[in-house]
Design a protein around this ligand. Structure first.
Ligand code: F0G
Length: 362
């Protein structure tokens, strides 16, 4: 028998977003047990290079440092805790990859089963590897993400499985905490917040968080919200669904956003906009943020940066704004994207002087 007392930490340990912000989540009750991987508390890092390019004060909220490598964990802790409270022993989600990794991890943590529906052949290696290792039941659907979401909803309607896509309001309750952390760190809301938009749960939750904090007078104002979609998957820009969405940013290859209304409300109530960027612009931002800020993100996560730089080039970004950009997921999720450019190693023998010569040091 293990009789060891848990070691008491010398400093308070971050216990996850529910523990930090439960007062803002009415559905979380004191007696519920919390399924957490200590998500949240992600770094807000000044982007010196991008600030210089835009004459603004630009900060990156680096969500790739969450336990499964994306912002999805903020909402998953709430959704899975609530599912367990309700007695579920199986959760289901549709995903372009990150939601499935997160659902699989939190299900493993809770000791329940996760079923993840993904578009066959369209999710990145890192994300698939996560779902496999956490032990999810993986269903590869011969269709798009939008097909997967329809099936997941129908399964949850007709069978005893809990749907944990962000149509589940508990997900949004958790995801809004990103806005709380930003205001708590900066002392007030920024002027402008840029982020990628796919199914649009994240932009909906972000706006909800800023709104809650402003109402409680934790912030003096709410930022304008600029959402960006990939040009080949831009239903909110075009104003209609896209049957066959296509973009290098596979995470946001979505033609029919479930949280469309929330996205349009965030845009309109904030005096913001939702526009699109090309795959070339996405990949340029993806390279830039790694090379010049030291932050490796997946292509979809560079979309907010691509958008800001595009708007700046068009003369539409006033100087001296304080801007936060959510970079939503870790670059290791998509190793193939990084290798698209190839690489050029220095090849040498095992002799140090030969290495020095190859490096032009000698
Ligand atoms: N960035 C990343 C890395 C994502 O994985 C997603 C969505 C988004 C941005 C867009 O967020 O959908 O709330 O507008 N990924 C979902 C998934 C669809 O299944 O992992 P959104």
């Amino acid at each position: 028998m293990n009789t060891l007392e848990p070691v008491r930490a010398a400093a308070p340990v971050w216990q996850g977003v529910i523990n930090a912000y439960r007062a803002w989540m009415p559905s979380v009750t004191d007696h519920m047990s919390i399924v957490t991987l200590h998500e949240g508390n992600t770094p807000l890092i000044r982007a010196d290079h991008i600030s210089g390019l835009t004459d603004c004060d630009v900060w990156l909220k680096v969500e790739g440092t969450n336990p499964t490598g994306s912002f999805k964990d903020r909402g998953m802790t709430v959704a899975v805790s609530k599912a367990v409270e309700a007695g579920a022993d199986m959760i289901v989600c549709a995903s372009t990859g990150n939601t499935s990794a997160s659902a699989a991890a939190y299900a493993a943590r809770a000791g329940i089963k996760a079923v993840v529906l993904v578009p066959k052949g369209d999710i990145t290696l890192g994300k698939l590897a996560q779902a496999v290792r956490y032990g999810a039941e993986i269903v590869e659907v011969a269709g798009t993400f939008d097909d997967c979401l329809r099936i997941a909803r129908e399964l949850a309607d007709e069978h005893p499985v809990a749907l944990v896509n962000s149509v589940n309001d508990h997900r949004l309750a958790g995801q809004q905490t990103v806005a709380f952390e930003i205001v708590d760190a900066l002392g007030d809301a920024p002027d402008l917040h840029c982020l990628p938009v796919g199914g649009a749960g994240n932009i909906t939750a972000l706006w909800r968080g800023y709104t809650a904090y402003e109402r409680a007078e934790r912030a003096s104002h709410r930022p304008r919200i600029w959402g960006f979609q990939a040009a080949g998957a831009a239903p909110l820009v075009l104003g209609h669904t896209v049957e066959a969405p296509e973009t290098v940013a596979t995470a946001i290859r979505i033609g029919d956003p479930a949280s469309r209304d929330g996205a349009l409300a965030a845009r309109d109530e904030s005096g913001g906009q939702i526009t699109s960027v090309s795959d070339e612009q996405i990949l340029a931002a993806y390279r830039l943020v790694a090379r010049h800020e030291g932050i490796f993100v997946e292509p979809a996560s560079a979309v907010g940066i691509a958008g800001l730089l595009t708007e700046h080039a068009a003369g539409r970004v006033p100087p001296a704004q304080r801007i936060v950009i959510t970079v939503t997921g870790n670059g290791l999720k998509d190793p193939d994207a990084s290798m698209l450019d190839g690489y050029d190693p220095v090849e040498t023998s095992t002799v140090t002087t030969a290495v020095a010569r190859a490096l032009n040091l000698a």
